[in-house]
Design a protein around this ligand. Structure first.
Ligand code: PLP
Length: 394
């Protein structure tokens, strides 16, 4: 840990300043980017702090330390993507371990877990984690790992991390929380009893120019084992991606605050609109998980989804004309995006699993950025009017 960001410093300070002015060679204020794949030994059998870039890299280690500190963890590993972060964790489970995951998780997460299960490497149970009874029953089968995604992608369902972690721990399971939708700026699952946090740092930490991920462990021994496993498997983020991620973290809290402000205004506008059947944003007081979200999160974030009254035809009209929201996958950046989960992020889940999770064909997901709110609302209105005119015709 850098002496310049002592333990009592606030998370905002860690994000803005971790590792700043720590360069001993030239006094560079911005931490240097170390691209070298290998390091000179001091002499025979005398490696320095670093010997080979897969084992460790100063830039990657710096951002991993910053993220671990933001999540309140003992250590972190930076991986080449969010999916690689999950796979790093899964890869260390003994063959045949039971993994309990949400039935409504990110489509790529489900694809990875199902693929590992089909290969016989894990057993998989997909459950509705809002239903404590169903969850409790599943724990009787002694899972090794419980994966939680809250708020969930794309329906923004919020589950009780502390309650689920206590139950899982009592059943001998470890708990990993995918914190991608909120980032450490708005939720710290380790403080609620989780063992690991997963991130697609592709999202909020870095505004749309990096694919990377992170696993953070609460326990120092676990953190060491994960780092070792990343070296064994080669699942390491590149130095440049790590450097960009650290640069992104500098502004994380400020971006989050601005994006959340815009998101609240967008959600309120959507809620009152005739073209919209339902809005999923836990920041709205009438959202079923509003009270829980208010308790376990320090903000509601910039992600939401909503259902158009007119189904697929209305979706087509909306995305064809909406302004200010680019039709694209991914989320968390400073530019607003719209995605259609059924044909994009959650297409691989298949219609049955989507229906089971409650992901309808008329559902659109928004990632709200930092544009001026008046421009966003005006652009949204263009799309909503097109969708509404269709429901009127129908
Ligand atoms: N977890 C969640 C909640 C996601 O939304 C995503 C990607 O959209 C991932 C994990 C995977 O991250 P990556 O695309 O960096 O592999």
């Amino acid at each position: 840990m850098s002496e310049r960001t002592p333990a009592e410093f606030h998370p905002e300070t860690v994000a803005a300043a971790y590792g700043v002015a720590s360069d001993t060679a030239f006094g560079a204020v911005a931490p240097p980017l170390y691209l070298s794949s290998t390091y000179e030994f001091a002499g025979f059998d005398a490696p320095r702090a670093y010997d080979y870039g897969r084992v460790g890299n100063p830039t990657r280690d710096l951002v991993a330390e910053a993220i671990a500190r933001l999540e309140g963890g003992a250590g972190a590993v930076m991986t080449p993507s969010g999916m690689a972060a999950l796979d790093l964790l899964i890869g260390r489970l003994p063959v045949g371990s039971l993994v309990v995951a949400p039935h409504d998780c990110y489509g790529g997460t489900m694809r990875l877990l199902k693929a590992r299960a089909e290969l016989g490497q894990i057993r998989l149970a997909l459950v509705n984690q809002s239903d404590m009874e169903v969850f409790g029953q599943q724990l009787r089968d002694h899972p090794a790992l419980v994966l939680i995604e809250t708020p969930s992608n794309p329906l923004l369902r919020v589950v009780d991390i502390a309650a689920l972690s206590t139950l899982a721990r009592n059943a001998g399971a470890r708990v990993a929380v995918d914190n991608t939708f909120l980032s450490p700026a708005l939720q710290q699952p380790l403080s609620l009893g989780a063992d690991y946090v997963l991130h697609s740092t592709t999202k909020f930490p870095t505004p749309f120019d990096v694919i990377a991920g992170a696993v953070i462990a609460a326990d120092p021994e676990e953190a060491k084992k994960l780092k070792h496993w990343a070296n064994v498997t080669g699942a390491i983020a590149s130095p440049f991606d790590s450097w960009l991620t650290l640069r992104g973290l500098r502004t994380l809290f400020a971006r989050m605050a601005g994006q959340e402000r815009n998101a609240m205004a967008v959600a309120e506008r959507l809620r009152g609109h005739r073209a919209v059947a339902r809005v999923h944003y836990p920041g709205l007081a009438d959202h079923p998980d509003h009270v829980l979200a208010s308790r376990q999160q320090t903000g509601f974030g910039a992600m939401m989804s909503f259902e158009l009254v007119g189904g697929i035809p209305a979706v087509q009209r909306f995305v064809g004309v909406v302004r200010g929201f680019t039709l694209a996958e991914s989320l968390g950046g400073v530019e607003s995006l719209v995605a259609h989960p059924a044909t994009m992020t959650h297409a691989d889940m298949g219609p049955e699993a989507r229906a089971n999770a409650g992901i309808s064909d008329g559902l659109l997901r928004l990632s709200v950025g930092l544009e001026h709110i008046d421009d966003l609302l005006a652009g949204l209105e263009v799309g909503l009017q097109a969708a509404e005119s269709l429901s009127e015709v129908a």
